[in-house]
Design a protein around this ligand. Structure first.
Ligand code: ZN
Ligand code: ZN
Length: 387
């Protein structure tokens, strides 16, 4: 029977001893297997995973390895379960946990920092100095589920209470999986960037972070908010999420268009979500003097950057690693107040057993897929289109 020292469970939420879990074999190879259901320790809970969204970073990890780091190395053939954008129901409490109750619906942020390094003490736990040191003799308490510890493509997972975000009953499972994506955009704009209402923002690249970046920027009072991209269907969704202007870079030069749309001046912020080869050089020409460029994409090749332009114009350039400083809680507050409709980027839901199909939809953008979600329960055995 499922149990652990000091662990509280409830007959209302019976927990099996083993669960379905996808594990990563060689690059690109996922196998459905059985694993023991993990047991929460101090300050942890067991989450029954009700829905998990596929992120571009999952595709990177499954095919190439980084940024996952298991036992200090590549994640392949280590019985590792990827997946990180999940939500669910608390079904067991570790010793001493009274912050959450059994049966409570929550979504998660990914990173539980060690809590003791310089960055964790500053609230920048996604930049924890003990990143990945959580195996064997070295256990600094760091967890990043789906990156350094088992993630969400399974039925149950253990989470530190600091990674939980309570959600209202009115928020659907699918919408709740998007809180962390909105939280990442929030962290880039406010905590790292210092955005205040009335400042101007360009988002380059209408992927999930870019589209929710538009929504969050608009909700924060940014003006104008401009979105650039190559696909009109995604730019249209950007408009629905609050973009004042959209620019299809296939039809016009993005830098000139941004300057024209903002009265000849550059903007205060660019959130670079495209990873395009010349994206950084374009971004530093879209911002005004003293402006800030947040880099949120993973480009595949190194490209020369016009550093002299950055120096001459006092431009700030910063990378963003995930969410931090509890930005997900503020993103959830926007979403539960219906300040924007994140579900506009959710396009497909598949059963957990069909994960490879779901991944194919996400990777190849089948049927204009943006955010693809898998659910362990409550999904018909075939594709379910979003509303
Ligand atoms: Zn992600
Ligand atoms: Zn730390």
């Amino acid at each position: 029977m499922y149990s652990g020292p000091g662990v509280k469970t409830s007959p209302d939420y019976p927990i099996p001893d083993t669960m379905k879990a996808w594990v990563l074999g060689n690059p690109g190879e996922l196998k459905l297997t059985q694993k023991p259901v993990p047991v929460p320790k101090r300050a942890e809970v067991l989450v029954r995973i009700d829905a998990v969204a596929i992120c571009a970073t999952d595709l990177e990890i499954i095919d190439h390895g980084p940024p996952a780091s298991i036992l200090g190395g590549m994640p392949f053939n280590k019985n590792f379960t990827p997946g990180h954008e999940y939500m669910g129901t608390v079904v067991a409490l570790g010793p001493g946990v009274d912050e959450y109750r059994i049966g409570q619906r929550i979504t998660v942020e990914i990173h539980a920092g060690c809590g003791q390094c310089k960055r964790c003490r500053e609230g920048m736990y996604t930049a924890c100095h003990n990143y990945g040191l959580n195996y064997g003799d070295v256990d600094k308490g760091h967890r990043a589920n789906g990156f350094t510890t088992d993630g969400g493509f399974c039925e149950y997972q253990v989470n530190h209470i600091n990674t939980l975000v309570a959600i209202p009953d009115a928020m659907s499972d699918e919408e709740a999986t998007l809180v962390v994506t909105a939280g990442t955009a929030m962290y880039g704009l406010t905590e790292l960037g210092g955005l205040v209402a009335g400042e101007s923002v360009v988002v380059t690249g209408p992927g999930p972070i870019g589209l929710l970046g538009v929504a969050v920027a608009k909700a924060l009072g940014a003006s104008p908010v401009i979105l650039t991209g190559t696909r009109d269907n995604r730019l249209k969704i950007g408009r629905e999420l609050g973009a004042d202007h959209v620019i299809n870079v296939r039809n016009e030069g993005a830098v000139e268009a941004v300057r024209r749309l903002n009265g000849g001046k550059g903007v205060d912020y660019v959130i670079e979500c495209s990873g395009a080869p010349n994206a950084v050089n374009d971004a530093i020409r879209m911002v005004n003097r003293g402006g800030k460029v947040c880099l949120a994409a993973f480009p595949h090749q190194e490209t020369p950057v016009d550093v002299a332009h950055i120096v001459r114009n006092n431009i700030y350039l910063y990378g963003i690693r995930g969410e931090g400083k509890t930005a997900t809680h503020r993103a959830e507050a926007f979403m539960s107040q219906k300040r924007f409709d994140a579900t506009k980027i959710h396009t497909h839901t598949f059963p957990l057993d069909d994960l490879p199909t779901a991944i194919r939809y996400a990777k190849e953008r089948v049927d204009d897929a943006i955010k693809v979600v898998v659910k362990a329960k409550g999904v018909a055995a075939h594709r379910v289109a979003a509303e």
